[in-house]
Design a binder for this molecule. Structure first.
Ligand code: PMP
Length: 298
């Protein structure tokens, strides 16, 4: 079912509106000039994992694009929970998006209203579950993550996804599940919607997030690895180093922890560390306290 024809409600500028009425004008600044930022969150057992961190990043993403979302972090958190409840899902994906409206047309948008919408839908697996189990295959993208002097690379800004979509489409046409992007200097950066980790001789290696998103899942995985006592190094990784890595996985809110079996000419075998962190992550995202929803089900 197309995304504009689904059922339920969407939180839109402070109100719950029927799903099919959550529209905007074609002359919205956000559409023409990419003045839009968004979040991707997952709810497990009726609770949105690290909701407050996501909402704070949404605020910060907007600030980096020189606009301020006219709702507080608390108001947005409450709105996310309200849509989740209204939609009646216990496990779901939550998508807040903020953009500049249509009061002015042109690059300058000093007086445009800032809008915020929050939609919730079921999105069980980001990658094909059959592929995911044995490790997904990644293409190497032609486009690179931009220099921080070129774009606000710490913002989860819609505009930064243009090259991700192009790279992902190219990869899919060649039969790959996704693409790995290098950064502007040529170091390994991230996938089109997830961060990357490698394992060699029992040590985890992950790129320093100095020009791409320092994912909330990435930070969670680092925390889980430390709790396991694994050694972890954040550093610049040259593409040719991938030759010597034994395991590889990507991680993100949508992708969760997904093993990788191939990146271009390099091959990996999902092993003990990847599988342990996959399981630890699945446990970590579950609500720690029984939620009202779960209590009611008992
Ligand atoms: N990099 C990119 C480009 C992404 O789109 C995402 C998903 N938001 C991530 C990394 C991972 O971020 P997170 O773990 O916060 O979802």
């Amino acid at each position: 079912l197309p995304f504009d024809q689904r059922e339920g409600v969407i939180w839109y500028d402070g109100r719950m509106v029927p799903w099919t009425d959550a529209n905007l004008h074609v002359l919205s600044h956000g559409l023409h000039y990419a003045s839009a930022v968004f979040e991707g969150e997952r709810a497990y057992g009726g609770e949105i994992f690290k909701l407050d961190e996501h909402t704070r990043r949404l605020h910060e993403s907007a600030r980096l694009l020189d606009f301020e979302i006219p709702y507080s972090v608390e108001e947005i958190n409450e709105a996310c929970n309200a849509v989740l409840r209204e939609q009646g899902y216990s496990d779901a994906y939550v998508r807040p998006v903020a953009w500049r409206g249509s009061e002015m047309m042109g690059v300058s948008a000093q007086h445009n209203m800032i809008h915020l919408a929050i939609a919730v839908w079921e999105w069980p697996s980001y990658f094909d579950p059959a592929q995911r189990a044995k490790g997904i295959r990644l293409d190497i993208a032609e486009f690179r993550r931009p220099d921080p002097r070129t774009a606000p690379c710490k913002s989860k800004a819609a505009g930064l996804y243009m090259i991700c979509t192009i790279s992902k489409h190219k990869a899919e046409k060649k039969g790959f599940a996704d693409a790995l992007m290098f950064d502007w200097r040529g170091y390994v950066a991230e996938a089109t919607g997830a961060n990357v980790f490698f394992v060699k001789d029992g040590v985890l290696h992950t790129p320093t997030p100095d020009c791409f998103l320092d994912g909330i899942t990435r930070r969670t995985v680092i925390d889980l690895a430390k709790r396991r006592g694994y050694e972890l190094v954040e550093r610049h990784i040259k593409p040719e180093e991938m030759e010597g890595f034994e395991e590889c996985f990507i991680c993100g809110t949508a992708a969760e922890v997904t093993p990788v079996s191939e990146i271009g000419p390099y091959t990996f075998t999902p092993g003990n560390i990847t599988l342990t962190l996959m399981n630890d992550y699945s446990e970590e995202v579950q609500p720690k306290q029984p939620t009202k929803q779960m209590a009611a089900a008992r």
